[in-house]
Design a protein around this ligand. Sequence first.
Ligand code: SF4
Length: 486
Amino acid sequence: MPIDIAHFLDNLKQEVTTYQVPVVDLIAVQTKDPYKVLTATILSARTRDEVTAAAAERLFRKAPDVATLDRLSEAEISALIRPVGFFNNKASYLKALPGALAEKFDGMIPRLVDELVTLPGVGRKTANLVSAVAFGEPAICVDTHVHRIMNIWGYVATKTPLETEMALRKKLPAQYWIMVNGVLVAFGQGTCKPVRPHCDRCVLKNECPQIGIIPRKVPGATRSPAFVQPLKLVSWNVNGLRAVEKKGFLDLVNDFDADLLALQEIKAQPEQLSDALLEIPGYTAYWLPAERKGYSGVCTYSRVTPLSVTKGLGNDDFDREGRVLCLEFADFYCINAYFPNAQHGLARLDFKLAFDKALQAYCEKLAEDKTVVITGDFNVAHRAIDLTNPESNGGNPGFTPEERAWMDRFQAAGFVDTFRIFYPDEPGHYSWWSYRFNARARNIGWRIDYFWVDQKSRSRVVSAGIRSDIMGSDHCPVELVLKGKL
Ligand code: SF4
């Protein structure tokens, strides 16, 4: 049954009066200044509101108008707005803004969407918001919250924000055009969250069709069998979390739609990371960076708070390198591991074999209690079918008899390589490719990233796969779908 949009939006307009006001609306109300609304909107993309508000305040202190903005260098702007997402790009847009305004609009901020989109760094979403909020023009700003929630309600059935904007232009009553963004952004941040919306306390819960969503588990409620559902786990050696962020990592996290996302080789301390990485909506991040900056390190993003988090194996030699992070859930452990590389000349082979042994003992101990999932970059190809050129690589780091023999022992101890459940003897599936020799395009690679489970949990494995379509690192992500509960 179609929803009554007026009833929904009127209800929410009332509801969000107690919510945090989106920063751009706040600036519009407080300043009524189109320059500030435009600038803050540019800053707000991919950035939490608190961070945007602080950056905007710093910027406006130095540059309260277009003329003063023009006097700042790009480096000064960048320093002022940091750490908003993509601050370098945004600094370059803001540096170019006064010139573009002077050239096209006599130094004034234009009021129409078609004019605003000609300015540097101003897309349709920003233009609609500025036009509506700063000038009161009849524009509909469709950001991710408006697009998502309108589809959850079945008021539109669209694939992109642009399609949603066009559909809303045809059917949304005019009195809701300007307000719909502010209301749904606040509501989307506070209740109808992108992941596991809080339907249990939503004012619309009795009328909302809830299309395509999985509500959160009610805090404190008894776990019911309904929550025993396949869980999706993704693991990826990102080869530098800051580097991969610039290559669209946050969009990929949405694409993965994982309950648990285990990352290796993050090469960063949490304090070196952007707010966008530290607080991905719907996830809590657990970190074990290496002591040495820019080296190794693991992190697991989880949709649910684990029962416990264990950092390291209790061995300083391994733990200072940030290699093992274990999250405990209701009926399984998830161990995220970044195995050492045996290195050129096998300089660290002994270190690696000692790590292998210690990790296996850890897994065996945990498996006495409940299911163990161990994932990560194992830095070893197990069998000849796990790399393109086994003959020429025999004895090289990652394919030495000693490393492979350890993996045989791990398997003999009862652990199962989940990918090989589904592709027992199929060659050509790899998770790492050298950056040299156009190796990835030619699929000359190695399978060294895995999901293993203990033997008694094998029947819980629904599927396992390799996302070789995902770029951004010299490794690609691997996946596991497991029957279980968080
Ligand atoms: S009931 Fe759930 S899905 Fe529907 S609007 Fe409320 S929070 Fe969103």
